[in-house]
Design a protein around this ligand. Sequence first.
Ligand SMILES: Nc1ncnc2c1ncn2[C@@H]1O[C@H](COP(=O)(O)OP(=O)(O)OP(=O)(O)O)[C@@H](O)[C@H]1O
Ligand SMILES: [Mg+2]
Length: 452
Amino acid sequence: MAVEVGAKETTAEARRVPPTPVSASVPQIDLGSGSQLYERLGQVGEGTYGKVYKARNRETGQLVALKRIRMETERDGFPITAMREMKLLQSMCHENVLKLYEVMILKGSVYLVFEYMDYDLAGVLAHPKLQYDESHAKCLLRQLLEGLRYLHKKGVLHRDIKGSNLLLNKCGDLKLADFGLARLHRRGRNADYTNRVITLWYRPPELLLGETKYGPEVDVWGAGCIMLELLTGKAPFQGQDEISQLEQVYNTLGTPDTERWPGVVDLPWYHLVRPKEARPSAFRERYASLLSPAALELAEQLLSMNPAGRPSAEEALEHRYFSEKPLACSPASLPCIEGDWHEFESKQRNKRRHGAASTTNNAEARAVRAGTTASGRPSGSLSVESSQTSTAAKRSYDEVAAGLSPTTAGGDASAASPEAKRTAVRPYDASHGNTQAISVTMLDSSTAVDPH
Ligand SMILES: Nc1ncnc2c1ncn2[C@@H]1O[C@H](COP(=O)(O)OP(=O)(O)OP(=O)(O)O)[C@@H](O)[C@H]1O
Ligand SMILES: [Mg+2]
């Protein structure tokens, strides 16, 4: 099936993709009386907390996403993550934040009804043909930062920035989604939060080192990772567990020191996973040929090891990168793919293509989600007190983490999604460089935000 390339771009014979596998092998679900209102069209997501379906409102024809909240595994009643998501989304209204239309309760199942988004960023970045150029990447990053600016102004931390939680529609709008780990944050209030949040690849070093007092800077780090992913096609730090994640960060950004990050030695796990030797940053060496000087500077700031050195989303939007040519294209000029393309469809496609191979990868992915992978862990260059092996290091780290973290509730639920990424890296071309109302029924949301 031909791909419709971009609202405005039509040349790309190259951008042909197989038919969208949205409704393939989706088990039938009974929506009870709701099925009279919504016609289910297919599955588009399988999250930690339930399945996401594409559906059409029979009366208005409007497309929606129905996120079914998994209740079977809940022993303690309604899941707190769903409560949080509802409570926070009710209070938000911004073009870069997903709209929650309503909450539907059918035969004991709860569905969140969202505006429908055709793609997610993890899906489109794994798309075999679609490639963003610099103006596209800039447009997407700007929308991400606009969304974060809004959230942070409202005192909300997202705490799970990653490609599959950044949704896109065919108009080119990018919206922040999945507020299951989000929480309210009061500046100046030294509250303790869990540090076992944020998918591993996007988790900032302070959380990996045990920090429990943090703020919007944790989302800004995620934006830095997404920026590099957009510009190079590859997530910059792809650890398999917390220790290898830290190693990857140190390999690129250098080891932390008290000059650049005065408080680092006081972080709970700093001494447990102390680097064996000091290393300088290799960031510029690694990325100078791929990014314009302004892009390089902004990415380096967003990925400042010291959280205090990161700009706010608002400051990042003021960076000269956004006024340098090529300028960000308009959302409507972003290339669009025919049909739907989320991480889910992308994984389904890989499964069909690679069969057994992808089964292995998925098993590994699940292990990584659970933070338990032992296989393939790189030999550690981080020393653990009394130079234990890497496995022992991981064990001690986990033991200490379990003891020190105020709660581990958010941890595994949010853990890594090491979706296979395009690895094609495009060199930086210097010539470019010069130049609502929500109805919620039957729910008492007063308990929606827990202390962590
Ligand atoms: N409004 C929507 N429109 C289209 N697709 C959506 C929508 N909301 C979610 N999805 C798809 O479903 C996937 C899972 O949704 P979501 O992230 O909200 O669930 P989750 O259970 O919290 O997932 P995870 O734990 O994997 O992050 C998303 O990555 C996205 O691809
Ligand atoms: Mg998600």
